[in-house]
Design a protein around this ligand. Structure first.
Ligand SMILES: Nc1ncnc2c1ncn2[C@@H]1O[C@H](COP(=O)(O)OP(=O)(O)OP(=O)(O)O)[C@@H](O)[C@H]1O
Ligand SMILES: [Mg+2]
Length: 138
């Protein structure tokens, strides 16, 4: 369990995932990478100026979340944070491959999903396509 990748979307559920992942990292002495993906906007009716503004707001929010995580985990020597833009599940999977993660940790739900579904679409896509172990935290 050398490298752990945590997918964080700012939700309560991903905050739980973060906590669990750090418990594991502490036990195994793992290095930790936290990734937040600013999602692509498919709202075609949006004006370009609105699209840019929304992307800026979301990126700013992701930055703040990552800064907060960095401050909170400053006791750990190897914590990296990454912000990407694109399709969340694809970017998480791509990053896991690139850094050769041994474990991906996600929350079961995110910011938008209905709790009645068992798993959110991002975490379920990650479980389906990951090449390493995945821990979905409820
Ligand atoms: N943009 C993102 N960047 C990083 N991780 C994400 C992102 N979106 C979701 N995740 C990860 O996936 C977990 C589950 O979120 P997901 O988006 O699958 O559920 P949801 O928002 O409840 O439902 P849906 O998005 O399918 O409507 C989150 O707790 C987080 O760990
Ligand atoms: Mg979501």
């Amino acid at each position: 369990m050398k490298k752990i990748l945590i997918a964080h979307d700012g939700s309560k559920s991903s905050e739980k995932a973060l906590k669990k992942a750090f418990e594991i990292a502490e036990k195994f002495g793992s290095s930790v990478t936290v990734i937040s993906v600013v999602p692509e906007l498919y709202l075609t009716e949006l004006m370009e100026v609105d699209r840019i503004r929304i992307l800026e707001t979301l990126t700013d929010e992701a930055k703040k979340t990552m800064d907060r995580i960095k401050a909170k985990t400053s006791g750990f020597k190897t914590v990296r944070t990454i912000i990407k833009q694109g399709n969340p599940a694809e970017e998480v999977l791509e990053t896991a491959k690139k850094i050769k993660a041994d474990l991906i940790v996600t929350g079961s739900h995110g910011r938008h999903g209905a709790q009645r579904f068992l798993l959110g679409s991002v975490s379920s896509k990650i479980v389906d396509h990951a090449l390493c172990a995945v821990l979905v935290v409820k």
